[in-house]
Design a protein around this ligand. Structure first.
Ligand code: NAD
Length: 498
C-alpha cells in the first residue's frame, strides 16, 4: 500500500515508525497509509530549513518570485492530478476541487509580486544629513499547520508569501488527506526551489508539538478547529513565537423581508451544502427576519433541495460528496438528532441518503432544520456538515444581536435590497468577513482573510498584505553621512527637530 511520506531537504522520505490509514470517503475504503513523523524527523526538517536560510535570505526577491511564476505554471499543468487526489482523500467533487486549487493559485500569483511587496518605507532628511527607513527582513524558519478541508488552498495561503519574504518553511498538513499537499510541495521543488527551503512533515500531535517547542522555529501559522487553534496560540506564544491561529466558525446569513428570495435561496443552497458544508465560510445558519420571510425561505429551500445530488467525488454531476470520516458522519448526524430532540423541526432530512454503488461511503444528505433556537447545542457548536439551520427572529437588530453574541465571528452575510440596512450591518456586525448579497465573502488573494472573536487568535490575518507583515520583521534604520567639515557637539537631551 502507498505510504505518503515527508519532503525533507528536497527528498521524499517514506520510512516511518508509525503510520495511520488514509480513507477514500466516497467508498469508505483505506486508500493509503500516511507516515506520522517522530520528533527526530521533524527536527531533521527544521535543521534542513535552518541550513537553507542564509542563502535563501540573500537571494534577491525577484529570483524568489521567478520560482513562484514557474510554480504557478506547474500547478496549472498538474491540476487534474492534484484534483484527483483531493477527490480521493477529501471527497470533494472535481469542480469544487478545481475552485479550491484556483483560489490557492491566486495566492501564488500574489507572491509573484514579491519585489513590490517587500519595498520598505523611506524618509529623506529626517534631520540634518539624516535619512531614515524601515525594511522588512525575514524571520528564519517558520511553520504551518493545516486542516483537512482545503488540502491545497490553505497551505497555499501560507508558504508562497512566507517563502518570497525570504523565510524557510516546515509544513505539517492534515494527516487525513495528505497526498495533494505533498504533491504540490514536490511541484514547488520542481519549479527550482533550493533544497531545504520548503519541507513537509506529515504527522499528528507529536509533530505539531515539536514545531511549537523547537527554538529554531520563529513563527507558526495555524488553520483548524478553535480548541486546537487556542492550544497552538498559547503554546507558541509561551515559547516566544509569533503566531496566527485561525479557528472554527458558525456563519449566519440574515434574510431580510425585502430580499430577492429566489436569489437568496440559490446562494444559500450553494454556500450551505457545497463541499458538504466542510468550509469554514459555509453558511450554516439562516436568520429569517419575520415569519413571512421564514415561511417563504423554508418553502423555497425545500423545493430547491429536491434537486440536490450527493455522491462520489468522481461524478461531476454531483453537487457535493461525502464528509471526511465515519466518525465525522456520526457527529453531524448526532447534531441533527439533538436539534430534533431539543424541539427543532427537521424539514429536509439527510440522515440516511442513498448513494447507489457507494453504500459504505461517509455520506450525509442536505438537511434543513427550522425553528432552531440559540440555546440548542447544534446552534452553539460548529457542525461542519451539509446542514442549514433556520432561526426565526422579529427584527434585524435581533438578528444582529444573535450574530454578535455568538462565540465565533468568521463570516456572515445579509440578503437585502435595502442599502441603508446593509451599510448599518457592515458597520456594526462583530464578524471579520462580511457579504452583502454575497454568501461566501472569502477575500480575494490581495486582501487578507481572518475572523474575529474565537475564530482567530492573533492579530494579523492570513494571506494578502497581512501575510507580508506576518512573515517579516520590521527593522528601522537611521543613517547620517555628515557633510564634509560638519562636526556635531555633545548633546545630552533627547534628539528632536525643534
Ligand atoms: P483540526 O483542528 O482537527 O486539525 C487541524 C490541524 O491540527 C491538523 O494538522 C491536525 O493534525 C492538527 N491537530 C489536531 N489535533 C491536534 C492536537 N491535539 N494537538 C496538536 N495538533 C493537532 O481541524 P480539522 O478537522 O482538520 O479542520 C476543520 C476545522 O478547521 C473546522 O473547525 C474549520 O472551521 C476550521 N477551519 C478554519 C479555517 C479558517 O480560516 N478560520 C479554514 C479552514 C478550516
Amino acid at each position: 500500500m502507498t505510504i505518503v511520506g515527508h519532503l525533507i531537504n528536497g527528498r521524499t522520505q517514506t520510512t516511518a515508525e508509525r503510520t495511520q490509514p488514509v480513507y477514500n470517503p466516497s467508498t469508505g475504503e483505506v486508500s493509503a497509509q500516511v507516515a506520522l513523523a517522530s520528533r527526530s524527523t521533524v527536527e531533521e526538517a527544521i535543521a534542513a530549513a535552518q541550513a537553507a536560510f542564509p542563502a535563501w535570505r540573500a537571494t534577491p526577491p525577484i529570483k524568489r518570485a521567478r520560482i513562484m511564476f514557474r510554480f504557478k505554471e506547474l500547478l496549472e499543468k498538474n491540476a487534474d492530478r492534484i484534483c484527483e487526489l483531493i477527490g480521493q482523500e477529501h471527497g470533494k467533487i472535481r469542480h469544487d476541487a478545481m475552485g479550491e486549487l484556483q483560489r490557492g493559485i491566486e495566492n501564488v500569483e500574489y507572491a509573484c509580486g514579491a519585489p513590490e511587496l517587500l519595498k520598505g518605507e523611506h524618509s529623506r532628511n529626517v534631520g540634518p544629513d539624516i535619512d531614515a527607513w524601515s525594511e522588512f527582513q525575514p524571520l528564519g524558519v517558520v511553520a504551518g499547520i493545516t486542516p483537512f478541508n482545503f488540502p491545497a488552498m490553505v497551505p497555499l495561503w501560507m508558504y508562497p508569501s512566507a517563502l518570497v519574504c525570504g523565510n524557510c518553511f516546515v509544513l505539517k498538513p492534515s494527516e487525513r488527506d495528505p497526498s495533494s499537499t505533498l504533491l504540490i510541495a514536490q511541484l514547488l521543488q520542481e519549479a527550482g526551489l533550493p533544497d531545504g527551503v520548503m519541507n513537509v512533515v506529515n504527522g499528528d500531535k507529536e509533530a505539531v508539538d515539536t514545531l511549537l517547542e523547537d527554538q529554531r522555529v520563529q513563527a507558526v501559522s495555524f488553520v483548524g478547529s478553535t480548541p486546537i487553534a487556542e492550544y497552538i496560540y498559547s503554546k507558541a506564544s509561551a515559547n516566544g513565537k509569533r503566531c496566527q491561529a485561525l479557528g472554527g466558525a458558525k456563519n449566519h446569513a440574515i434574510v431580510m423581508p425585502d430580499a430577492d428570495m429566489d436569489n437568496a435561496v440559490n446562494q444559500l443552497v450553494g454556500a450551505a451544502f457545497g463541499s458538504s458544508g466542510e468550509r469554514c465560510m459555509a453558511l450554516s445558519v439562516a436568520v429569517a427576519v419575520g415569519d413571512a420571510a421564514a415561511d417563504a425561505l423554508i418553502s423555497k429551500m425545500t423545493e430547491a433541495m429536491k434537486n440536490l445530488k450527493v455522491g462520489a467525488y468522481c461524478d461531476s454531476d454531483n453537487d457535493f460528496g461525502p464528509v471526511i470520516t465515519r466518525e465525522h458522519q456520526e457527529k453531524v448526524i448526532g447534531h441533527i438528532n439533538s436539534a430534533e430532540a431539543q424541539g427543532a423541526t427537521v424539514v429536509v432530512d439527510g440522515r440516511q441518503p442513498k448513494v447507489a454503488g457507494y453504500e459504505n461511503g461517509f455520506f450525509v444528505g442536505g438537511t434543513l432544520i427550522d425553528h432552531v433556537t440559540p440555546e440548542m447545542s447544534s446552534y452553539r457548536q460548529e457542525i461542519f456538515g451539509p446542514v442549514l439551520q433556520v432561526v426565526r427572529v422579529k427584527t434585524m437588530e435581533e438578528a444582529m444581536q444573535l450574530i454578535n453574541d455568538h462565540e465565533y465571528g468568521n463570516g456572515t452575510c445579509i440578503f437585502t435590497r435595502d442599502g441603508e440596512a446593509a451599510r448599518y450591518f457592515t458597520d456594526h456586525i462583530q464578524v471579520g468577513m462580511v457579504g452583502i448579497n454575497v454568501p461566501l465573502p472569502v477575500p480575494v488573494a490581495y486582501h487578507s482573510f481572518g475572523g474575529w472573536k474565537r475564530s482567530l487568535f492573533g492579530d494579523l490575518h492570513a494571506y494578502g498584505p497581512d501575510s507580508i507583515r506576518f512573515y517579516t520583521r520590521r527593522k528601522a534604520i537611521t543613517q547620517r553621512w555628515p557633510s564634509a567639515g560638519v562636526r556635531e557637539g555633545v548633546e545630552f537631551s533627547m534628539p528632536t527637530m525643534k
